[in-house]
Design a protein around this ligand. Structure first.
Ligand code: ATP
Ligand code: MG
Length: 455
């Protein structure tokens, strides 16, 4: 595979697509609103297609997440045709055609703003894309996309697929390959490395050799990408149901070391002769595996739970090795993400607290107000979700988990007046202790800041 010609060097002349009957696609699988948008654009003389992920998924027999339209019409022309159209976006304007709760995203063909010359073997300079707002032709629009399988155009009225990038053979063979020269495409936008991992694991595709090599050699560049985009892709991987495979690839490519050096260090070197190092890594992988199983079973972990899964083992390992209290370690690890990646404050704070709360589940149950208030704290469901995942992963504590689940069910039946009384008593107790100079461990304080670290 490694000596296969790059798409732009082979096949049809640039600008002329291979046109193939869309025999594999059933029209009934195509969104009706998207079909309406396409037919109105076409009836008004504008070239228009379904593009991107939906065409890929239709050809693979998967259910597309959304149906995107690309057209030669400019945003104002589109808007004129659709009373329910809203122009959105400042940098690159596109039109949302709105049908009740459902939106068909309709974009004008655009060209790659960098468009490197074919055949140039010069070292690419600084290619990071910062502007992305040049209109173009269908051919240009196909070639600015990331992977060949993501750049097919589908015309439902003609029943045809237009392939400008040799994407159809890759769909058939299950190969993920960049369009154009891989090092150039990853230098332009290193987040494509995460996208490659997402698509390869989700679709069960093999990453083509040159694409993979370029992912490895550009993994370090992820540190230059916009942190919120990176964070969004990481959260998507965590929710994907294939996070185990994705994180193994992240690690193998070097992207994990760039993004989360602490996790990479925790996992250690793969050639480490010490079996303890492998056991340690194994605990991490098993937690990801448990998360995948949970997602397949229909769970929808909150961002706080997802972030906590990412860091739980690293925090606990450091804490066990005498690195200090889990709350402080979790804060050190997770806090930087709040600022750099602009992750929702709520998720970051929640992740820190529920990691710090884990030890409470294994303390013996008593009817103390402190315990009862823990059951009623806002974080309890997420803390328990994390505890369930670790029980599943590490094969211990299922009975403990079920005990807490049962108590939580009962707790919800407690009358509000009784709960308010407990809260008052808890506050008084905590106040007294603090005045005596003891550590703050009132129910309200430790539910809020996770500073209760005994046990
Ligand atoms: P999903 O099913 O996850 O939505 P998708 O393929 O639709 O997958 P999107 O992120 O929704 O992916 O993007 C839509 C399309 O836009 C992609 O199929 C691809 O053609 C193009 N695209 C998205 N991000 C990039 C990028 N970073 N570089 C180049 N092309 C991109
Ligand atoms: Mg999409």
């Amino acid at each position: 595979m490694s000596d296969a010609p790059l798409p732009h060097e082979s096949g049809p002349a640039a600008g002329t697509p291979r046109v193939v009957p869309a025999t594999g696609i059933q029209l009934r699988d195509v969104d009706q609103d998207a079909l309406r948008v396409l037919s109105r654009l076409q009836r008004n003389g504008h070239e228009a297609y379904l593009v991107g992920g939906c065409v890929r998924d239709l050809l693979l027999g998967r259910k597309p997440k959304d149906f995107d339209v690309a057209t030669a019409a400019h945003p104002r022309q589109i808007k004129r045709l659709f009373r329910n159209g809203r122009i959105i976006g400042r940098r690159f304007r596109l039109v949302h055609v709105v049908y009740g709760p459902h939106v068909v995203e309709t974009a004008t063909f655009r060209a790659d703003p960098v468009a490197p010359e074919n055949g140039s073997d010069e070292e690419p300079g600084d290619l990071l894309i910062t502007e992305d707002n040049v209109y173009g032709s269908a051919a240009q629009d196909a070639r600015r996309r990331d992977f060949t399988v993501n750049a097919l155009f589908y015309d439902p009225s003609a029943g045809e697929i237009l392939d400008y990038v040799d994407g159809l053979p890759d769909i058939e063979a299950g190969i993920l390959r960049t369009i154009g020269d891989p090092p150039v495409r990853f230098a332009e936008d290193p987040v494509r490395i995460l996208r490659a991992i997402k698509f390869a694991t989700r679709l069960g595709f093999r990453i083509e050799e040159n694409t993979w090599q370029a992912m490895c050699s550009h993994a370090h560049a992820l540190s230059r990408s916009a942190a919120p985009r990176v964070a969004e892709e990481i959260l998507r991987l965590l929710r994907s149901g294939t996070v185990l495979g994705a994180f193994r690839m992240l690690r193998a490519s070097g992207a994990l070391a760039t993004l989360f050096p602490e996790i990479d260090a925790y996992l250690g070197r793969r050639d480490d002769p010490d079996p303890a190092a492998h056991d340690r890594a194994d605990l991490y992988w098993r937690l990801l595996e448990a998360l995948d199983a949970d997602i397949h079973a229909g769970a929808e972990p909150t961002p706080a739970v997802l972030l906590a899964v990412l860091f739980l083992r690293v925090v606990e390992h450091k804490s066990e090795a005498g690195g200090g209290p889990a709350a402080a370690l979790a804060a050190d690890l997770i806090e930087p993400l709040a600022t750099s990646a602009r992750l929702p404050r709520r998720a970051v704070e929640g992740a820190k607290r529920i990691i710090a709360m884990q030890h409470r589940f294994t303390q013996p149950w008593t009817q103390s107000p402190r315990r009862v208030l823990f059951l009623h704290s806002e974080d309890f469901p997420e803390a328990l979700h994390l505890f369930r995942l670790r029980s599943a992963a590490w094969g211990q504590g299922w009975d403990v988990y079920e005990g807490w689940l049962e108590r939580h069910r009962h707790a919800r039946e407690m009358p509000e007046s009784e709960l308010a009384g407990l809260r008052r008593r808890g506050r008084r107790r905590g106040g007294r202790r603090r005045r005596r100079g003891a550590r703050a461990d009132s129910p309200s304080a430790d539910a809020a800041d996770g500073s209760d670290l005994a046990g």
